[in-house]
Design a protein around this ligand. Structure first.
Ligand code: GLC
Length: 777
């Protein structure tokens, strides 16, 4: 069953049946201001940080699950009927006549009801540097398609939030008494009285025909956003109050001739009435159109870094549009703004951000570099990364200060530098290939000499930071000589402490491989000579201690029990260790084949590869939290999307293009557009996980957009399946594709040149290059 379709020309996903099982989300904003918005225009926005800079309110895990929203209501002033431009909140039981189009950093809501066609575009213009204060635009069009003159009122509505969402969600004796609403210069202004000079505004481009500044006045007692008294009565009272729950509700009355369309703009932004007025002056119709065109150009340019033409429509659609879009959003908003992570945390998850940055330096060199610098700064001198930190701590570099307001944004203090007990074994290891990929992409090898402070004091060049990371991991080995799992390895729910993680050992080998490539290509031969033997030794140890006859173990518990053995009853086979044994080059060809065959046998499902099987059912704290999660959910026996592409890479490295494609196809969201009764999530973004075979909801996807699978799917598909990989001094083209493919073409921009690549496969092989022609010769 499907609810929508892809419009590739406009690069939109069009939700034709808006009654889909779950809200489908999109992200607005490409710079400081952001919003996560559902196809019902539910969701919230923020400036700089969703935790401390929240603009609109969200009621997490509530009903409806995506509210409140950035909504527009319409009212027929002759008969009093009213409805919203998105189906929720006031579209009644029947969803017909409603549609939503999610585009790249904008969403459009459409309603055809009662002889009126209306649309609402939500977007955040990209601001030029001399306009430092971003605004969100609600661009509304209302057309009379009936045969008589119509009197229609249009209401824009948002509910403001306290800046600091912990207070907003929990401490009402603060939030209700030190923020309120004002009416200034045709704007409802949310007065954040507790912060000096902080205001937010909601305004419109022409004089308002009424407004409300309090939720009580607009919605009314014992009502919800479905039936606000202010709209039902047809009269707004102009109430504002110092305190309470501030909202912005603004009415505009229209008289529409048959066939006539009128356009109204609403703006949401930071500042008082004067700022609202400035926003109105800045954005007339023409400027809004220009800002939308600019947004399109911005995405054209990003997506233009690689465009492919492959004999697989959904793969092409994904790589050319949605997969890269999702990966970019992760780099941009890394990563706590969604309906699941409701903006309650700030900063960067070390491993996630490093992987995000590793995967798309081609499209996003500046953003990735910026993330790398932040991560380098979040690395302690002992080599590991601060698992979750806010780059702002270091930018400010001052001790926590007394604040007059409860909106304290934590600043740097030594106590934030966590010790090894809270270190994850993998965090810093992702940073090494991420740096190397950045240099391969941009050619900026001087980056390796840049001096960056460590989180706990002292400085080092980027290269020294990388060495500290390797040194840390090579020294953190357990009883078998395998790297320790520490608080967690990549798998948050595998908490091995002093036990050992095969995944980290393989990752260390892989990271060292990238490091050696960089060392050799930048004349650091001594370092190559130092670390190569360490890598070889780690490989040998893995061979000796982890090979289990058919595949490699996942590791050892601290008390020496093997995890992921073929002889175990549960948690027998694990995807991470299987894939990384091959990707790292540790497995020999026979072992690689045997391991990858076992992956297919034990882990393959039509929705992707499961993380482990069979699921753990008995609690075992020696293995970790994984055994306390229900079978088939989260990390326990689930199709966790993020490691799936690791298996595609492994298959490509062993020349098995059809199996890589089989796995790619199973996970590809676009392939599930007509299985939405099962998937129940956006078919245009990878989700963090899909319920596994051991769960009754097998196939249901959860947690869209914010997942490492976006970057990794893009990385694996473009660099290994299509095989287009930048190296230090050349561009490799080494595809591994299904034998049935006749070939493909791609346009790849790299270091200022455009490479037009044509791959022909007349002999229908899966890998290997017989003839290479450059510039026709
Ligand atoms: C979540 C976390 C990520 C972790 C993964 C597996 O996606 O954000 O850091 O690697 O879960 O546990």
């Amino acid at each position: 069953m499907r609810y929508g379709s892809f419009d590739d020309v406009r690069r939109e996903y069009v939700i034709e049946d808006v009654s889909c099982p779950q809200p489908m989300t999109n992200y607005l904003g490409t710079q400081r201001m952001g919003a996560v918005i559902s196809h019902q225009a539910g969701g919230y926005s923020w400036l700089d940080t969703p935790e401390y800079g929240r603009i609109t309110r969200f009621r997490p895990n509530s009903l409806p699950t995506d509210g409140p929203g950035h909504w527009v209501y319409l009212r027929d002033d002759e008969d009093g009927q009213y409805w919203s431009v998105s189906w929720q909140p006031a579209g009644g039981e029947d969803p017909s006549g409603y549609r939503c189009r999610h585009g790249l950093s904008y969403s459009v809501f459409e309603a055809a009801r009662h002889g009126i066609e209306a649309s609402q575009i939500l977007f955040i213009p990209r601001e030029k540097e001399h306009f430092p204060d971003p605004v969100e635009v609600m661009d509304v069009r209302v057309k009379n398609v009936s045969k008589r003159i119509r009197e229609i009122s249009v209401y824009g509505y948002v509910e403001f939030s306290f800046h600091h969402i912990e207070f907003d969600n929990q401490n009402f004796q603060m939030s209700l008494y030190c923020a309120g609403s004002l009416w200034e210069q045709n704007a409802v202004v949310c007065d954040l009285h507790y912060e000096d000079g902080e205001f937010e505004f909601f305004t419109t481009d022409q004089p308002a025909d009424g407004f409300e500044g309090t939720r009580d006045a607009f919605i009314g007692p014992y009502r919800t956003e479905r039936n606000p008294i202010g709209i039902e009565r047809g009269d707004l009272t102009g109430t504002t109050e110092l305190g309470g729950n501030p909202v912005g509700a603004i009415r505009r009355k229209l008289i529409l001739q048959p066939g006539e369309e009128q356009r109204i703009l609403f703006f949401l932004g930071r500042g008082d009435g004067a700022a609202a007025n400035a926003a109105v002056k800045r954005y007339g119709f023409e400027q809004c159109d220009r800002a939308m065109a600019e947004l399109r150009r911005f995405w054209d340019e990003k997506l233009g870094s690689l465009q492919v033409s492959v004999p697989h429509a959904n793969m092409g659609r994904s790589l050319n549009i949605w997969n890269l879009y999702q990966a970019e959003i992760n780099v941009l908003f890394s990563r706590f703004s969604s309906f699941i992570e409701v903006g309650g945390r700030t900063g960067l998850g070390y491993r996630d951000t490093a992987q995000d940055a590793m995967c798309i330096p081609g499209a996003e060199p500046e953003g990735c570099r910026n993330r790398l610098v932040q991560l380098l700064h979040g690395q302690v001198s002992a080599g590991y990364g601060l698992h979750l930190f806010d780059p702002a701590w270091f930018e400010e570099r001052k001790e926590a200060q007394d604040s007059k307001s409860p909106t304290v944004v934590p600043v740097f203090s030594q106590s934030r530098i966590h010790g090894i007990a809270d270190a994850c074994a993998d965090d810093h290891l992702w940073l090494i290939p991420a740096i190397v990929e950045y240099v391969r992409e941009t050619g900026e090898s001087a980056f390796l000499d840049e001096i960056i402070p460590f989180a706990d004091g002292g400085t080092g060049t980027v290269w020294e930071h990388m060495k500290r990371g390797l040194d840390f991991s090579y020294s953190q080995v357990g009883a078998h000589g395998i790297t320790k799992g520490l608080r967690a390895d990549w798998n948050d729910c595998l908490n091995l402490g002093g036990g050992e993680s095969a995944m980290v050992a393989f990752l260390l080998v892989w990271a060292t491989g990238h490091f050696l490539d960089a060392a050799r290509n930048t004349g650091r031969i001594e370092d190559a000579e130092k670390y190569e033997p360490l890598m070889k030794q780690m490989k040998e140890t893995c061979q000796r201690e982890l090979w289990d006859g058919k595949w490699f173990l996942r590791g050892y518990t601290a008390d020496g029990r093997p995890i992921g053995s073929q002889h175990a009853a549960e948690g027998k086979m694990h995807l991470e260790s299987a894939a990384w044994a091959v990707v790292s080059g540790t497995a020999d060809p026979k072992q690689a084949l045997s391991t990858l065959d076992a992956v297919e046998e034990w882990l393959y499902t039509p929705y992707g590869l499961m993380l482990n099987a069979p699921s753990f059912t008995r609690r075992d704290d020696g293995v970790g939290f994984i055994s306390r999660v229900y079978p088939g959910i989260k990390e326990n026996g689930v199709i966790f999307s993020h490691p799936n592409p690791w298996a595609w890479v492994a298959e490509c490295m062993t020349g098995n293009g059809s199996r890589a494609m089989k796995y790619y196809d199973a996970l590809l969201p676009e392939n599930q557009n007509d299985k939405m009764e099962i998937r129940q999530a956006e078919p245009y973004t990878y989700c963090q996980f899909i319920m596994g075979r051991d769960h009754t909801a097998f196939g249901r996807a959860r947690h869209p957009f914010m997942t490492g699978s976006a970057g990794w799917a893009y990385y694996a598909a473009t660099r290994y399946m299509l095989g287009i990989r930048p190296e230090f001094h050349s561009l490799t083209v080494d595809p591994c594709i299904p034998a049935a493919w006749d070939g493909f073409t791609a346009i790849r921009k790299w270091r200022g040149a455009e490479y037009r690549i044509t791959v022909e496969n007349p002999n229908h092989v899966e890998k290997g290059t017989a003839i290479l022609e450059v510039d026709g010769a």
